[in-house]
Design a protein around this ligand. Structure first.
Ligand code: G6P
Ligand code: ZN
Length: 541
């Protein structure tokens, strides 16, 4: 095996965002060494035993094949001797997290821009996970970025493409590249975490519809829902991963999973539960007949019903965590259960240390992410299995489960307004200027503002500190809004406004309840000063 050293030069924009490095596909295609620089930077900085396994896979999107083959060559070039690549290159983010832990790998690459569109005009991304199975922490991504800014060469093996169709080994001197099954171990994990007999029985008289959105969860959904749990294969929509996700947006939301959502809202919907997952399989959307379950509520319901889920039956249920903009519905449940509740910045990487320290069993985010201590990523299919376990145990519909939850705990009405297409400069200015606002007479529904400011977080496990993670304005327990910039986009800036209003009357319309708070927040931000419109481009409600 010949190893070549290739001279290269830095790209200024290789700073990873909320979840890895994410750019337009064309950025990778048209800029020589763009991928190679970043992979080399990762491998130089990680400081791991090169004889331990590393895992490589992706969500099947356009350019994954090139990224995977080049990464194998660069890993070989850098002296890694146990490289495990998933069959056909297909690996979901949660399955990668599990494989890393299961094989005691030191790191894993998932080539995915998550829920962002794919194809030649879409996005490509590189997610790096570390030995605990979770996303690389900020300290590491900072180092990777710093390395990428002074890179002068990368090292690459001169080897042919590996055939990824069948599981087999390839030897290159003392190194081995193994093509492995990316699905089987994850299926076994799910079988160990849930009572499949209970769910199977429930599904004999109740139907699940699942939308894999032409993305990674198709093979996992077929293996779990169809083969293990007896779901009709026709009830798994868009189950074949396609490089361009059929031109769709692989984002499980009411607007993008439209067919499934419309089925759920139709008067004669035949399904008891409808669900979808995103490009790389870590997000989930839960819908019942005529009821969209917002992700913050879903987290709270799973916490409140954790005893219905086998995974949570054997260990003490000690704590939960949510990101700052996720509603406080789960806090109320934690309070009732007498367990800890942590508030972290946005981004799954902040949950890892809490899980590693056994401080929490369950965590989630408003951005359609939920997971437990079984891995260190959010997990779309797992969340669906949690809901199936709850429905099978309670023997109630999704809306009955929600109504009894709200009757007991009250309801946190919630919405997220997205303002896309801002300039990066305008976005940053809005956040910077918030500090200077006049806050003396800030009130909502006769309740004074009780707390406001930029959110900072000190990780209780290692005291690492991070500031400016979103601006929060609180009106006691009754209302709150949060403003932050998205960290996952690839063009300009997206401002997100998160709105939360608590009311014990739970039969109101969420959009109507949050509208006055939205007006209040927009006036406070003074968006019109920075942006041509105050109309959100999207509302998630
Ligand atoms: C990714 C991360 C999530 C995070 C989300 C926020 O999906 O994995 O942990 O909540 O990004 O996205 P945003 O666009 O709001 O930064
Ligand atoms: Zn994702």
């Amino acid at each position: 095996m010949n190893i070549n050293t290739v001279v290269t030069a830095p790209y200024a924009d290789q700073c990873p965002g909320t979840s890895g490095l994410r750019k337009k596909t064309q950025t990778f295609i048209t800029q020589a060494n763009y991928l190679e620089n970043y992979i080399q930077s990762c491998l130089c900085v990680v400081d791991v035993d090169k004889h331990q396994p590393i895992i490589i896979g992706g969500d099947g999107r356009y350019y994954n094949d090139i990224a995977i083959q080049q990464t194998i060559r660069i890993a070989l070039g850098n002296g890694f001797t146990d490289i495990r690549v998933c069959q056909r290159g297909l690996l979901s983010t949660p399955a990668c997290s599990h494989l890393i832990r299961h094989c005691q790998a030191t790191l894993g690459f998932v080539f995915s821009a998550s829920h962002n569109p794919g194809g030649e005009n879409g996005d490509v991304g590189i997610k790096l996970n570390v030995a605990n199975g979770g996303p690389a922490p900020v300290s590491l991504t900072d180092e990777i970025y710093a390395y990428s800014q002074q890179i002068s060469h990368y090292v690459i093996a001169d080897t042919a493409d590996i055939d990824l169709m069948d599981c087999q080994y390839y030897r290159f001197g003392e190194a081995r590249v193994a093509v492995i099954d990316g699905v089987g171990d994850y299926v076994k994990l799910m079988q160990s975490l849930f009572d499949f007999a209970l769910i199977r029985d429930y599904l004999t008289s109740n139907r699940l519809q699942f939308d894999a959105m032409h993305a990674i969860t198709g093979p996992y959904a077929k293996a779990i829902f169809v083969d293990c749990l007896g779901v009709d294969a026709n009830d798994i929509l868009n189950a074949t991963p396609l490089p361009d996700f059929a031109g769709q947006h692989p984002d499980p939301s009411p607007t993008t999973a439209k067919t499934l959502y419309n089925t759920a809202m139709s008067p004669d919907c035949p399904f008891s539960l409808l669900a979808a997952s995103d490009g790389d399989g870590d997000r989930n959307m839960i819908v019942g007949h005529k009821l969209f379950v917002n992700p913050s509520d879903s987290l709270a319901v799973i916490a409140a019903n954790h005893t219905a889920i086998k995974q949570f039956q054997s260990l003490p249920f000690v704590g939960v965590a949510r990101s700052l903009p996720t509603s406080r519905a789960v806090d109320v449940v934690a309070n009732a259960l007498g367990i800890d509740c942590y508030e972290t910045p946005t981004g799954w990487k902040f949950f890892g240390n809490l899980l590693d320290a056994n401080r929490i069993n369950l965590c989630g985010e408003e951005s359609f992410g939920t997971s437990g201590h079984h891995i260190r990523e959010k997990d779309g299919i797992w969340a669906v299995l949690c809901w199936l376990s709850i429905l099978a145990t309670q023997k109630q519909s999704v809306s009955a489960v929600m109504q009894s939850h709200w009757a007991r705990f009250g309801r946190h009405y919630y919405a997220r307004y997205d303002f896309e297409g801002l300039s990066v400069q305008a976005g940053e200015q809005i956040l910077a200027d918030l500090t200077q606002k006049d806050t003396k007479s800030l009130q909502f529904n006769q309740q004074d503002c009780t707390e406001l400011g930029h959110f900072s977080y000190t990780d209780p496990t290692n005291q690492s500190h991070i500031s400016h993670q979103g601006y929060q304005v609180k009106f006691g327990e009754s209302a709150r809004f949060v403003v932050r910039l998205s960290g996952t986009g690839t063009v300009g800036a997206t401002l997100r406004l998160y709105l939360e209003v608590f009311d014990s009357d739970f039969m109101q319309q969420p959009d109507v309840v949050v509208a006055p708070l939205a007006q209040h927040a927009l006036a406070f931000i003074d968006l019109a000063r920075y942006h041509h419109t105050t109309q959100p481009t999207a509302i998630v409600c």
